[in-house]
Design a protein around this ligand. Structure first.
Ligand SMILES: O=C(O)CCC(=O)C(=O)O
Ligand SMILES: [Fe+2]
Length: 286
């Protein structure tokens, strides 16, 4: 199997130049993953880490072998970290999602989790993130996921292991650690991969911790991994931009999904003083 190049330089501006978008799309098509160096400033990563640090005590530690006995996971980073809110709709994420999931009427944020792999952690079992959907072996992409490098990711400290090209394999493939490569990247880089890509957290053989902010997005007709309306309830998000609220699920989707009560737009629950169009059969007519 030819392994396409994983790494190219990402933009530091707000828009994705056409050449970069093309390279991103090619990498996602050919490898099922791509790694963008310097997608966000180091200071942004540090700010997210600082904003989430107070939740370290409530995060789950060693909840299962799959989640990692030496790994701390902090959920709900969106409401807990204003800095993460500012990059949740990063242009590279949007460009990748539009490309991978653009076949659906809409796609949206599904969950994010701060994953802090501690010294001594063992390799996570290789998996496809889309297995959460009852192991259905979709023949099209349903998820676009990712990982922000909050710290440097090295082979030794637990960089995510990926199997480039494995998005084309089926559910029955047996892959081993030897088939993987480490997504080594500097703080501020972004790894993007499809939900069909085999990957897993790496072993940490150092005395330092490896922190990443994992991202999940899915087509709008699938259940989100975490319940956004409990994590981001209407009364607590009234100052958030519409774009972000639509992205996390305050939007109609598919052919008649996501409305509430009397054919109402879910954003009206956040902004009862504003007027929104009614109707649920309005998203796609073809
Ligand atoms: O922490 C990592 O590098 C990957 C974690 C992961 O793939 C998962 O928990 O689904
Ligand atoms: Fe995963």
């Amino acid at each position: 199997m030819d392994i396409p190049a994983l790494t190219f330089n990402g933009p530091s501006v707000d828009a994705v130049p056409a050449a970069t978008a093309e390279a991103l799309h090619t990498a996602l098509d050919d490898a099922g993953c791509c790694l963008i160096e310097g997608a966000a400033p180091v200071a942004v990563m540090d700010a997210i880490a600082a904003e989430l640090a107070p939740f370290g005590d409530v995060g789950s530690v060693g909840a299962s072998a799959f989640e990692g006995f030496a790994t701390t996971r902090i959920g709900a980073p969106l409401p807990r970290s204003p800095t993460f809110q500012s990059i949740a709709t990063h242009p590279l994420v949007m460009a990748a999602g539009d490309h991978v999931l653009g076949h659906a009427t809409s796609w949206r944020f599904s969950a994010a989790e701060y994953i802090d792999i501690g010294p001594g952690e063992t390799p996570q079992r290789l998996h496809r993130d889309q297995w959460k959907y009852d192991m259905v072996d979709f023949d099209f992409e349903v998820e676009l996921n990712g990982m922000w490098a909050i710290t440097d990711f090295t082979e030794d400290n637990g960089a995510t292991r990926v199997v480039p090209g494995s998005h084309r394999l089926g559910n029955t493939e047996t892959l081993h650690h030897d088939d993987t490569v480490p997504a080594e990247m500097a703080k501020g880089s972004l790894l993007l991969y499809t939900g069909s890509l085999y990957h897993g957290g790496g072993p940490n053989r150092t005395t330092e911790r490896r922190a990443g902010l994992s991202l999940q997005h899915a087509v709008g007709w699938l259940t989100q991994s975490t319940n956004q309306f409990l994590e981001c309830p209407p009364t607590q998000v009234s100052t958030w931009p519409d774009e972000l609220l639509r992205f996390i699920g305050y939007a109609k989707t598919g052919n008649g999904l996501g409305y509430w009560r009397d054919s109402e737009d879910p954003l009206s629950a956040v902004h009862p003083d504003r007027t929104f169009d009614r109707g649920w059969a309005t998203v796609r007519s073809d």
